[in-house]
Design a protein around this ligand. Structure first.
Ligand code: SF4
Ligand code: SF4
Length: 559
């Protein structure tokens, strides 16, 4: 491989790489505003100027191709003077409104002002005023005075979202961003422009002024909006989720996520219809009860049915660990092969960027974890038909809402003698249930999902439930860190009295005389990795942040 020398370090680069790419690949940081690794090069911000020996002038590192023997200086006097000048130029018309700007705390301009500017302005005239609070589309607000005209947002719409909706208008210090006449920036990925805008010019209409970034904790997790499983950070203050942002993973979602996943997947965790404790139907009403009573009631009523009269529905919304234990209890404790889960397919949701037609996060994992009918058992359609024919009399559903997806099932499920549902929120199916268990949402539990390409990935708790409080009581902060949770467990927000589905199933199993010794999702996974070929030899900790590709081809498993 050819070599260049940057600041005295000889480094290798690939033919065709620019100086900034070669430097970055070798851990050398060159400042940049307009350059982004996934966008075309525009070369307009000039903060990446570097000195190259034998070249008469400074060059921009983002568009200068590295060549064998090149000697580059990124910290020479000339370079530092140029960086100071670029920062002074960019700050001439930039408002000093960091104290009220949503970007403060995660703003490149703010960071670079400390690092690369002299800290004083010589500009004494009136700054140029431009439009403020301009809605570019339904989800993104624009502040023209904060914009540094880097064009990242324009290039993102053109090149990644494939929806050219933004452009520059005017010239010189009057230049600003606009949507094309008659257009809005309403593409499915519009909010990624907020993440890549290096200043606070683009802000989220949903998140504006809700919190300062330093008041929130963030936890690495996975979007549950479709089977892509985009990697995300979940941002929480006082036990309330306030926003999701994408987390880079080149094997899954690169730097991006869609607006639906960002806005619509976590809201149900914060709503008033959350189920706070188990419920049993008494005199036609669902009544709040404690865990012991609900578990005992479920166990004693399930025992009254012949095994062929009972069916289980696992869930593509639940984790592998939840589904694994649902399959185990169906087969080993009840003895039924009537076991399946609902597929939720929406071809209209898919695109050729990230979104998939499967609008659940874990249908591949549910099947791998054992949610499928036995040879003589009924699949999901057979189960509903048998319920309608009154052959199946007891149905156990984890983390799904069949009536929402098929309203005709309301009359069918009403024929059951016993309907037990695990759910995070009251819904159309819990409205028919005899026993409802309050299940932890994906934001409050550990577990794994398998995405559309066979990547096994981990979710982690970002908010605290009563159960987490109980489990973590007295645990040191270093032990908490090992759990991978960064939440503030003393935060004042509400706690829900819930358990993860896998744990509810262990309690039920014990009450039915079949002890299951799992005290953590990790322990359930350990058994899966020793018994299921696709998970063979995968260690829970090794899944880490980027995930691991499972060894089995999904097309051979997922029907
Ligand atoms: S709005 Fe942000 S991303 Fe777009 S040109 Fe201005 S500074 Fe760059
Ligand atoms: S593409 Fe799917 S997984 Fe990714 S953010 Fe959108 S809904 Fe979530």
């Amino acid at each position: 491989m050819p070599n260049i020398n940057i600041d005295g370090n000889s480094i290798e680069f690939k033919q065709g790489q620019t100086i900034i790419e070669a430097a970055r690949n070798n851990g050398i940081s060159i400042p940049h505003f307009c350059w982004h690794p996934k966008l075309s090069v525009s070369g307009n911000c000039r903060i990446c100027l570097v000195e190259v020996e034998k070249m008469p002038k400074l060059v921009i590192a983002c568009s200068t191709i590295a060549s064998e023997g090149m000697v580059v200086h990124t910290k020479s006097e000339k370079v530092i003077a140029a960086q100071n000048a670029v920062m002074e130029f960019l700050l001439i018309n930039h408002p000093l409104d960091c104290p009220i700007c949503d970007e403060a705390g995660e703003c490149k301009l703010q960071d670079y002002a400390y690092k690369y500017s002299v800290g004083e302005s010589r500009f004494v005239d009136e700054k140029v005023h431009k439009g403020k609070r301009i809605k570019l589309g339904p989800r993104v607000m624009f502040d023209g005075e904060r914009c540094i005209s880097c064009s990242r947002c324009i290039r993102f719409c053109d090149e990644i979202a494939k929806e050219p909706q933004l452009t520059f208008v005017q010239r010189g210090d009057r230049v600003t961003i606009r949507t094309y006449p008659g257009e809005e920036m309403d593409n499915n990925y519009s909010m990624n422009t907020i993440d890549i805008c290096p200043v606070g010019a683009l802000t989220s209409i949903d998140f504006r002024f809700k919190a300062r970034v330093w008041d929130m904790s963030s936890t690495d997790t996975i979007c549950v909006g479709c089977s892509r499983g985009c990697n995300t950070e979940m941002w929480v203050r006082n036990n309330e989720i306030l926003r999701l942002t994408p987390r880079k993973n080149e094997s899954v979602n690169s730097y991006w996520m869609c607006d639906h996943g960002r806005l619509n997947t976590f809201k149900s965790v914060n709503t008033d219809d959350r189920i706070n404790s188990p419920h049993i139907r008494k005199d036609g009403q669902l009544i709040k009860v404690n865990w012991d009573e609900a578990i005992a009631e479920a166990a004693s009523r399930l025992k009254t049915f012949n095994k062929d009269q009972v069916a289980f529905l696992g869930s593509a919304f639940a984790t592998n660990e939840d589904n694994f234990l649902a399959a185990k209890i169906a087969k080993n404790v009840i003895g039924t092969g009537n076991l399946d889960f609902m597929r939720h397919i929406d071809p209209g949701f898919a695109d050729d960027i990230l979104r998939t037609e499967d609008v659940t996060p874990n249908s591949a994992g549910a099947e791998l974890a054992g949610i499928k009918p036995s040879k003589s058992g009924l699949d999901v359609e057979g189960i509903f038909k048998a319920v309608d024919d009154k052959k199946i009399k007891a149905l156990y559903i984890i983390e799904d809402d069949p009536v929402k997806f098929n309203p005709e099932l309301e009359n069918v499920l009403a024929k059951l003698d016993l309907l037990i549902v695990h759910s995070t929120n009251f819904n159309q199916t819990t409205a028919l249930a005899d026993i409802v268990f309050s299940a932890s949402s994906y934001a409050a539990k550990h577990g794994t999902f398998v995405n559309v390409d066979g990547m096994i990935q981990r979710i982690r708790p970002a908010i605290v439930s009563v159960d987490e409080d109980r489990a973590l009581e007295g645990m040191s902060m270093s032990r908490l860190d090992k759990f991978g949770t960064k939440y503030d467990r003393w935060a004042s927000g509400n706690r829900i009295d819930e358990y993860p589905t896998w744990k509810i199933l262990t309690l039920l199993s014990k009450a039915m005389g079949y002890k299951m010794k799992y005290n953590m999702a990790e322990v359930v996974f350990a058994e899966m990795s020793s018994t299921i070929d696709a998970f063979k030899d995968i260690n829970y900790d090794d899944i880490g942040e980027p995930g691991i590709k499972i060894k089995t081809e999904l097309s051979k498993i997922v029907s």
